[in-house]
Design a protein around this ligand. Structure first.
Ligand SMILES: [Zn+2]
Length: 320
């Protein structure tokens, strides 16, 4: 019999990862094992507009994850917006109480643990690239289409970072090849006009429908009516699909990803996965388009799973 000392260490059991997704309405924490299984999950309501309360809530969740793990753990956290490369203070967050705050430094001081932080769309992308719809592919573009529009890029299972910390932020590019019915362009909260987000977010779809039909409806109601055969809603959804195809074609021309994974509320529209790749063909600079458009494997859980994977023990650093 081999002696105890020569027996190899069991791999997955020893790995535990703590991730928190800091959202506008809820803060979710998970404890994953090395195989990506969820061992513990907990949610709190976000103390909206209250920065100190938000730090308290994150600390409370992290303590709960450590109690479940029975040991101390570093934290991976996904947040709206990103820290400025100039001074580390948050910017571009729609949870505006974070903006101007040194969130990473404050969390490390508060938790007394190492913290890795990434944008929520980046965490979504990482999750789907590691063990989701993009697993096994070299270049994955992750897209959030929901209240806002964001994105992230994973290469070989790691996030791509850059000197401005805005990798994948296609939502604030202008909608390409605008038609006459897309002028004048709507203003965006970012201060520019005609951003992709103003057309492809849920509020963007609502605004477009309201301008075309005079009726004010949330995006999910427009989609439900379109699927039930309402011609006005169908026209709105068709315009949405064509715009999404145009916007993603510019990403394909630039990045040539194997897979584009959609996340966020509007990713639940099943027919996007069939129609949009048919529509993007005419806009992509290639005779054949092999890029696949895929729904997320982990759905709403991808944000928090990606935050946990920021500490993937198989990699030194998940942001390259
Ligand atoms: Zn914008």
């Amino acid at each position: 019999m081999p002696s105890r000392t020569t027996r190899p260490k069991p791999p997955a059991e020893s790995t535990l990862l703590a991730g928190i997704d800091l959202g506008g309405t809820k803060i979710e924490g998970v404890l994953l094992d090395g195989a990506g299984r969820v061992l513990h999950r907990r949610r709190l309501a976000t103390p909206a507009g209250d920065y100190a309360g938000t730090l308290d809530a994150v600390a409370q969740l992290h303590q709960a994850l450590e109690r479940a793990a029975g040991r101390t753990l570093p934290l991976g956290i996904g947040t709206p917006g990103s820290p400025s490369p100039a001074d580390g203070r948050m910017r571009n967050a729609n949870s505006t109480c974070l903006n101007g705050r040194p969130l990473l430094a404050d969390l490390e001081a508060r938790l007394e643990r190492p913290v890795r932080m990434a944008n929520d769309a980046d965490c979504f992308t990482l999750s789907e690239a590691v063990d989701g719809a993009g697993a096994g592919h070299r270049v994955v573009f992750g897209v959030i289409i929901g209240t806002g529009v964001g994105g992230g890029i994973a290469v070989n299972g790691r996030l791509l970072g850059g000197p401005n910390r805005i990798t994948g932020e296609w939502g604030h590019n202008p909608l390409p090849r605008r038609n006459d019915d897309e002028r004048p362009v709507p203003p965006c909260y970012c201060g520019r006009h005609g951003c992709i987000e103003t057309f492809l977010s849920g509020p963007g779809m609502s605004l477009d429908h309201q301008q075309a039909s005079g009726e004010s409806l949330p995006a999910h109601a427009i989609v439900a009516r379109a699927l039930a055969g309402d011609p006005q809603a169908e026209a709105t959804l068709a315009r949405y699909e064509e715009r999404l195809a145009r916007a993603l074609a510019t990403v394909i021309n630039l990045l040539d990803p194997e897979v584009i994974v959609l996340g966020g509320g509007l990713s639940q529209i099943e027919r996007l996965y069939e129609r949009v790749p048919e529509l993007w063909r005419r806009h992509v600079f290639s005779d054949v388009v092999n890029t696949r458009l895929a729904p997320p494997r982990h759905g709403d859980s991808s944000g928090v799973r990606g935050a946990a994977w920021l500490w993937n023990p198989a990699r030194d650093d998940m942001i390259q």
